[in-house]
Design a binder for this molecule. Structure first.
Ligand code: NAP
Length: 313
C-alpha cells in the first residue's frame, strides 16, 4: 500500500540548488523533504576538479556534493533517495508521486531538477551509447587507456573532458563545429599546451561506426561544415560534450517555459506563474549555469517559499 506524507516544502532535485534550498528551508524551521532524483548530487557528480567554488581553490565535484548533502541533512532536511514520477501543480496542496509509490503532498514546491547532457541525435550515436559513445568522461574515461578518443563540443565541458581524457588516451581529437571555443581562457590555454590533444575545427560528426559483435566503436565520419568534405577518424571512444538541456519534463505542461525548455520565473525571484511553486538552478537558468549561481538560486527559492508559507498562515 502506498503511503502519503505531507510537508510544508518539497524540494525536488539534489544539485547545488536543491541542497542549498534544503539548508535554508531547514533553518527556517520548515522541515523540508528533498527527493534526490535519478542522479543524486546532479551534474557535479560527473565532473572532476572544480576550481571555481568559492572557498575551495580545488575540490572534486563528487566530494563537494557529498558535503552539500551532509550539510543539508545536518540542518534538518529530510533527504530521500527516490524519483518523482508525476507532479500535480493544479491545486494546493501540490501532489508528487514517486517511483517507490510514496505520495507527497506539499504546501510549496521548489523545483531543482537541473539539466542533463545533450546528444547529437544520430542513430549511430544511439546504437553505440554505452559501447564507445559516452557523455561522461569521468565515468567512462578509464576504459580507454592507450586508445584514441574524440570529444565533440567547444564549451567548458568539452575542453575539461578532453583534458581529463588525456590521462588515459594516447590521443584526443576535439571536434568543434566552429573555429572558436566558448570555454574559459584558462582551460583553452591548458588545451593548447597539451601535446596529446589535436583540435579539428569546422567539423561535425556524421556517423559513428564500429563492430556489431561485440558492439564497439572503430571510428567516426566527420564532415567539414563549410566544404562538406567527409573525413574518417579512427577512434575507440566518442565523448559528446555539447551542453545540457533542462530536465523540465515533470512540469512542461503546467508551467511556462523559455529558451527551449527552461522554467520561467519572475525576474529577480524564483517564483513561477503558480503561487507556491518555485524554480532554481539549471532548470530555469540558461545563462550562467554555474554551481555557485545554482546554489544562490536555491537559497532564493527557500526564502521565497518561506515568505509564501508565512503569508498563507
Ligand atoms: P555550452 O557552454 O553550451 O557549450 C556547448 C558546446 O557544444 C558549444 O561549443 C556548441 O557549439 C557545441 N554544440 C552544441 N550543440 C552542438 C551540436 N549539435 N553539434 C556540435 N556541437 C554542438 O555547454 P557546456 O560546455 O556543457 O557548459 C554548460 C555550462 O556549464 C556553461 O555555462 C559552462 O560555463 C558551465 N560549465 C562550467 C565549468 C567550470 O566552470 N569548471 C565546467 C563545465 C561546464 P557553439 O560554440 O558553436 O555553439
Amino acid at each position: 500500500m502506498s503511503a502519503t506524507r505531507h510537508t510544508k516544502v518539497l524540494i525536488i532535485g539534489s544539485g547545488p540548488a536543491g541542497y542549498t534550498a534544503g539548508v535554508y528551508a531547514s533553518r527556517a524551521m520548515l522541515e523540508p523533504i528533498l527527493i534526490q532524483g535519478i542522479e543524486p548530487g546532479g551534474q557535479l557528480t560527473t565532473t572532476t576538479e572544480v576550481e571555481n567554488w568559492p572557498g575551495d581553490s580545488e575540490v572534486q565535484g563528487p566530494d563537494l556534493m557529498v558535503r552539500m548533502e551532509a550539510h543539508a541533512r545536518a540542518m534538518g532536511c529530510e533527504i530521500i533517495g527516490d524519483i518523482v514520477t508525476n507532479l500535480d501543480l493544479s491545486k494546493r496542496p501540490f501532489t508528487a508521486q514517486t517511483d517507490s509509490g510514496t505520495v507527497y503532498t506539499a504546501d510549496a514546491v521548489i523545483l531543482c531538477t537541473g539539466a542533463r547532457a545533450k546528444w547529437l541525435g544520430l542513430p549511430s550515436e544511439e546504437k553505440f551509447k554505452g559501447f564507445g559513445v559516452s557523455a561522461c568522461a569521468t565515468c567512462d574515461g578509464f576504459f580507454y587507456r592507450g586508445m584514441e578518443i574524440v570529444v565533440v563540443g567547444g564549451g567548458n565541458t568539452a575542453v575539461e573532458e578532453a583534458l581529463f581524457l588525456t590521462n588515459f588516451a594516447s590521443k584526443v581529437t576535439l571536434i568543434h563545429r566552429r573555429d572558436e571555443l566558448r570555454a574559459e581562457k584558462i582551460l583553452i590555454n591548458r588545451l593548447e599546451k597539451n601535446p596529446k590533444i589535436e583540435t579539428l575545427w569546422f567539423h561535425e560528426i556524421e556517423e559513428v561506426y564500429g563492430t556489431d559483435a561485440p558492439l564497439g566503436v572503430e571510428g567516426v565520419k566527420v564532415k567539414h561544415t563549410k566544404t562538406g568534405e567527409i573525413t574518417d577518424i579512427a577512434c575507440k571512444g566518442v565523448f559528446i560534450a555539447i551542453g545540457h538541456a533542462p530536465a523540465s519534463e515533470l512540469v512542461k505542461d503546467q508551467l511556462a517555459l523559455h529558451s527551449g525548455g527552461y522554467v520561467s520565473v519572475e525576474a529577480g525571484s524564483t517564483r513561477t506563474a503558480i503561487a507556491g511553486v518555485f524554480a532554481a538552478g539549471d532548470l530555469t537558468d540558461h545563462t550562467y549555469r554555474q554551481a555557485v549561481t545554482s546554489a544562490g538560486m536555491g537559497c532564493m527559492a527557500a526564502l521565497d517559499a518561506e515568505k509564501f508559507i508565512a503569508e498563507q498562515e
